[in-house]
Design a protein around this ligand. Sequence first.
Ligand SMILES: [Zn+2]
Length: 216
Amino acid sequence: MSAVNEVADRQIVRPSGLAEEVYRRIRADIMSLKLPPDTRVSVDSLARELGVSQTPIREALSMLEANGLVSKKHFTGYATAPRMDRAQLDELFEFRLLVEPHAARKAAEAMAESDIGSLASGEGAPSHDGFADMDTEFHKLIAQGGGNHLIADSLARLHIHVHIFRSCFRSEIAEEAVHEHDAVIKAIRARDGAAAESAMRRHIERSYGRLRDFIE
Ligand SMILES: [Zn+2]
């Protein structure tokens, strides 16, 4: 009991509702490229634009920094993350292809029934960044479902979906991905490791193909 309290004492205070609202607004602007990559983000002008004080803006920027969408620059404040280049895309997908099909196989074998129940393909996502969130959750649950924390953590640290969805806006991306996700979910539900592995490989290969044309 005391150990639990100690942990709670050390946790960062949950940001206020206002900071979360500001976070969502800026995040949507970054994902839709209204705020382009590698662009300075001014606390002052955001505060003026959104009609709030600097405090929630700074809290929101810290949250965005934790998610890889902005970075702190010396002297100049914050800037949006640069766009992924072709070499980074190639590295990212090489890594995903090594890790995620294997994770899907393990998830089919080991994932708890309750977690399988929360797998959603992303169908009916309300928006571009809404689908990005659902896709993030889908891949995160499967990586965790395999039970290897190193795999789950290293995938989470890459902020894969943030970078991918900022790079490309075709609505077909979501439609095609939903079908591929469904095949993975079906295989995991059937506890068919080999089918889950190949369905995930197919999904990642196809995602790669869909993005390659957009990134030089
Ligand atoms: Zn996906």
